[in-house]
Design a protein around this ligand. Structure first.
Ligand SMILES: O=P(O)(O)OP(=O)(O)OP(=O)(O)OC[C@H]1O[C@@H](n2cnc3c(O)ncnc32)[C@H](O)[C@@H]1O
Ligand SMILES: [Mg+2]
Length: 203
């Protein structure tokens, strides 16, 4: 591999798995930030964009390499957008998908089918270096409904509770290839790779 490594500024195993599946076929040399001992940053932003920037900047600063960060989450209409940017820590620290899912079901206990709509958001930030004044930013969403009971074993996070009416299954019931093709993250990454392929002059 002759290309410059790209740091994936995430400590989430589910995200890292998806990034590898999506980026490895492109011949990009992608490395998790743990390989460079990048510490977890405090996500103090009030938007996905701000948090993704904080993560990418720290990973790039520590590694001296270009970095790609993902800040993502679930926005539920009946909860006025919660858990949103707090999706990973919805049920407090330490982060736990299981407790987050239980909390979500509890908060939606009185909300009938048809009013349990929401969407995943994924914001990707790519920095050429830690002080890059022109971050490449892509945001994509993925609509669905929140189930009353978990279904499926695949994916991570809220996937067993995220129902796709068009597919007639939860995200956790999709194959990983299908999830990557349809998801907020898969589509955001596709757009980012296309933008990068057009070179710096294109933006
Ligand atoms: O910050 P990093 O280190 O990347 O890892 P994290 O898990 O803390 O990631 P976020 O701060 O971006 O929080 C995103 C949360 O949103 C949820 N989420 C995002 N994308 C998801 C997906 O594709 N499937 C299920 N849940 C998802 C999941 O609970 C994540 O923990
Ligand atoms: Mg996080």
């Amino acid at each position: 591999m002759t290309s410059t490594p790209l740091i994936l500024a995430s400590g989430n195993a589910g995200k890292l798995r998806e990034f590898h599946q999506l980026l490895a076929p492109l011949g990009l040399d992608v490395r998790p930030q743990a390989e460079y001992d990048v510490p977890e940053v405090e996500e103090t932003g009030l938007t996905f964009v701000e948090n993704a920037l904080l993560k990418a900047r720290e990973a790039s600063r520590v590694s001296g390499l270009p970095a790609l960060a993902d800040d993502s989450g679930l926005e539920v209409d009946a909860l006025n957008g919660a858990p949103g940017i707090y999706s990973a820590r919805f049920a407090g620290e330490p982060k736990s998908d299981e407790r987050n899912n239980a909390r979500l079901l509890e908060r939606l206990a009185e909300v009938p089918e048809g009013q349990r709509t929401g969407r995943y958001w994924c914001v990707l930030v790519y920095l050429r270096h830690a002080e890059d004044p022109v971050p490449l930013i892509v945001q994509r969403s993925w609509k669905g409904e929140i189930l009353a009971h978990p279904r499926g074993e695949g994916g991570f996070g809220y996937d067993p509770l995220f129902w796709l009416p068009e597919q007639g299954m939860s995200v956790a019931e999709l194959s990983s290839a299908e999830k990557n093709r349809l998801s907020h993250r898969g589509r955001a990454l596709q757009a980012l790779v296309e933008a990068l392929g057009q070179g710096p002059g294109a933006r």
